[in-house]
Design a protein around this ligand. Structure first.
Ligand code: 13P
Length: 225
């Protein structure tokens, strides 16, 4: 209820469209609760299910969401945690299979697809390896916007290449959390007597705002809402 109140305030004040989006919705019931309470956009993540079940469950979510005019993002392949200890083979096995992506899109009617192409959530141990060949193949088979999860730590040049190959939405979380927490830590270390949250949350908010501003420019979204 508080989040929805905040989103509504932002919608009234902002000069660009504001969308309250559920990320990685794990099941139908939560999706329904979110729609009922005022979310504008849904991701249903059925990627932990075998393909047929992912198709079935995603389709059920799409039918319910489309009935009330809400778009749905689906996921295929597995987007792991960057810190998970997986071998190269294990990571490769999680990549999306293009023909399966085509089936998920055609058989469910999703509006956007997050295909696993090598990115992961959290901090990468080394340089992440995005599989652009897969992205290309999917782009040819699937005509809806593609979504890149695990945006933190992907080099800027790879981000831009992914956008050029059809990625239309990029999820970044860890990097924002990092800069926020680092700023709180710095402020508290330099001012150990500080106790008023309003005093240390302000600089942290400004820092996260700067990070997001830079992403908007990197993604080419500036002045394009
Ligand atoms: P990161 O935390 O790695 O940026 O990933 C965010 C994300 O994909 C959320 O869905």
């Amino acid at each position: 209820d508080y989040l929805i109140g905040m989103a509504n305030a932002a919608k009234m004040k902002a000069t660009v469209p504001v969308i309250l989006h559920l990320d990685h919705g794990p099941h139908f019931v939560l999706v329904m609760k979110c729609i009922r309470s005022g979310f504008d956009s849904i991701m249903y993540d059925g990627s932990h299910h075998p393909l047929e079940q992912n198709i079935q469950e995603t389709k059920r979510v799409v039918e319910a969401c489309h009935a009330v005019g809400i778009d749905v993002e689906g996921e295929l392949g597995r987007i792991a945690g960057a810190e998970d200890d997986l071998s190269v083979d294990e990571r490769e096995a999680m990549l999306v299979i293009p023909e399966e992506a085509r089936r998920l899109v055609d058989e469910t009617g999703i509006d956007a697809l997050a295909p696993a192409i090598g990115s992961a959530h959290g901090h990468y141990k080394g340089e992440p390896k995005l599989h652009f060949d897969r992205l290309n193949e999917i782009r040819d088979l699937v005509k809806i916007p593609l979504v890149l999860h695990g945006g933190t730590g992907i080099p800027d040049s790879d981000i831009q290449r992914a956008i050029a190959l059809g990625v239309a939405k990029i999820n970044v979380n860890t990097e924002n959390q990092d800069v926020f927490t680092r700023t709180v830590r710095e402020v508290l270390l330099t001012s150990p007597k500080m106790f008023d949250p309003r005093k240390y949350l302000g600089p942290a908010r400004a820092a996260i705002k700067e990070t997001i501003r830079a992403k908007i420019r990197l993604f080419g979204s500036h002045q394009r809402a």
